[in-house]
Design a protein around this ligand. Structure first.
Ligand code: SF4
Length: 278
């Protein structure tokens, strides 16, 4: 392994010209425990080192990937969107990779906070909800409800938690958030109730302008979300395409634009240079 990493460093820029999509997958059983993966990552700019157990390198598997063109585009666009969000009083950060983003999320949450969340595929996919419980926060988790009535009560209580974790369906490049909701619990929490809202979004949620955001909600976010509930009788569950239905099962009741974060800084946005959620 030491030789492989040495190759990556010694050939530096040359590595970027290799036709490598998933170049190396190696076991670090010979690496010195003091090796700092984060530092390596920052040093080799065109290479991603994904090392989920940085504190236990001796038994860890490490992958070294070349960044895709889309990821490279995300790295350029992300900081620009952060600035646009900040102009609208959101606090915002961009991270190329998931581990740094997760670390940032929890650095924003006081240990005494009660934490809850909406139905965010992104938050689940990067383990935020599991980690919140593991890290000792008091959590309000509607999925732990024993019955439908308790679930509704937990969703109501979540509106007054300290930190609410949420995804978003679209963010325009000028820094506005767009969401579609069935019951309105997620959009309500984003507007008022929790002391702070932390929105975590993959860069696939970024669109050029407001019209593109509404289009994304109807073309991708809502029809894709509906597929998670195959029992719902909606046109999109039949065809994969939105028909602007008035079905009693429709998951599209509330279309909400968040133009500014008020009070200032209440909504924090963590952008990640990956495709996450839908
Ligand atoms: S068909 Fe109905 S439920 Fe499906 S995305 Fe369109 S409005 Fe929403």
């Amino acid at each position: 392994m030491a030789a492989v990493v040495g190759l990556a460093f010694s050939q530096g820029g040359v590595l970027g010209r290799f036709d490598i999509t998933r170049a190396y997958s190696v076991t670090l059983n010979v690496l010195p425990p003091s090796l700092d993966c984060k530092r390596i990552y920052k040093t080799v700019q065109c290479v991603k080192i994904s090392c989920p157990l940085w504190a236990r390198l001796a038994k860890t598997q490490m992958e070294v990937d070349v960044k895709t063109p889309v990821e490279t585009m995300y790295d350029k666009l992300g900081p620009k969107v952060v600035k646009a969000l900040e102009k609208r009083f959101f606090e915002a950060w961009y991270f190329s990779d998931i581990p740094e983003a997760v670390e940032k999320v929890f650095s924003l949450i006081p240990k005494t906070d009660t934490v809850s969340w909406g139905g965010s595929t992104t938050a689940v996919s990067i383990n935020l909800t599991t980690l919140a419980a593991e890290k000792g926060y008091t959590v309000i988790d509607r999925d732990k409800a024993a019955n439908p009535e308790e679930r509704i009560e937990l969703m109501r209580k979540a509106l007054l938690c300290d930190t609410y974790l949420a995804g978003t369906n679209a963010i325009s490049e000028d820094g506005q958030l767009f969401n579609v909701d069935k019951n309105g619990n997620r959009t309500a929490a984003m507007i008022y109730g929790p002391r702070q809202v932390i929105v975590v979004a993959g860069m696939n949620k970024i669109v050029r302008a407001e019209a593109d955001a509404w289009a994304r909600l109807k073309a991708i976010a809502a029809p894709a979300n509906a597929q998670r509930f195959p029992h719902l009788k909606t046109p999109c569950n039949e065809t994969g395409s939105c028909a602007e239905c008035l079905s009693a099962d429709s998951i599209c009741a509330y279309f909400v634009k968040t133009r500014l974060s008020m009070p200032k800084g209440k909504i924090k946005v963590i952008l990640i240079g990956k495709n996450l959620g839908f």
